[in-house]
Design a protein around this ligand. Sequence first.
Ligand SMILES: [Zn+2]
Length: 189
Amino acid sequence: MSGRSEDEDHRTFMKLALAEAEAALEAGEFPVGCVIVGAGKVVASGQRSNTSGVINELDHAEMVALRRLLAGGFSGAMGEVTVYATMEPCLMCYATLLVNGVRRFVYAYEDAMGGGTSLPLEKLPPLYRDLRPLVVGGILREPSLALFKRFFSSPSCHYLSDTFLARYTLAQGEGEGGPAATTARSHTP
Ligand SMILES: [Zn+2]
């Protein structure tokens, strides 16, 4: 590509995912944003919706982005795209993206309560057990954490309030990097 490091690319695209998360927060929604990148450009994006009023657990940012990608007739290779999410994908999103062929995941803030990326694929049936997805965490963790702190500090935001995730988030210090800071792993046993 341009010769920039992979880490710089990760930060560039995560900034775009953070913009989606900020837009969600401005709309009173849980601040998760996602962009899907293929061949060096954004091919779909999404933000979390329906976390206020009638709540559902389908419109996660990654699911919104994936639906848009597929509805748009994406013809690239799913195995070549990278999903950038401002929070670690939950089990639903991680599994759905895997089943749809995605093998590269980058996230900002760890989901200490509901993150799904440590799913032990090797213990599952043949469709899954040989998959070796790349998972990179902690890219621009601090600005993502700041959005979640704003959300959980707001008296008008009730989604997931008084949960492990809310307490964990509000207990995080500034600039400490956190347990998932810039870690890369694949699911090799
Ligand atoms: Zn999810």
